[in-house]
Design a protein around this ligand. Sequence first.
Ligand SMILES: [Zn+2]
Length: 122
Amino acid sequence: MLSGHGCFGKYLHQIAGREPTPRCHHCPETNDSVAHTIFDCPAWEAERRPIANSTGIDASSLAEVISKILQSEESWKALHDFSEHVMATKENAEREREADPASAPLRRRRAGRRRRIFIRQA
Ligand SMILES: [Zn+2]
């Protein structure tokens, strides 16, 4: 999620070429990015709350979020859970758009499943 590679309008439009615009499919925002997903998108407000509670509610930049998650395991887990849930939801929505024959002709199917890397706790 933090790399910006994945189901973000900006990535799907500019890098992957699978979307005709970088818009968010979950709210009216015209530029869906990592920062939009973590901080602003109203679609993830409930999922965002545990991050705010564990990192301090005013984290407003990616650098600040990264700093917070490196300071506490609770913060790390909160961002991990947020990322898993939100990215899975966004990926499912992308698959539904891909399967819809009426969707934009520019869209190309994704090459494979997102590779999941988990850091397991000892
Ligand atoms: Zn949005």
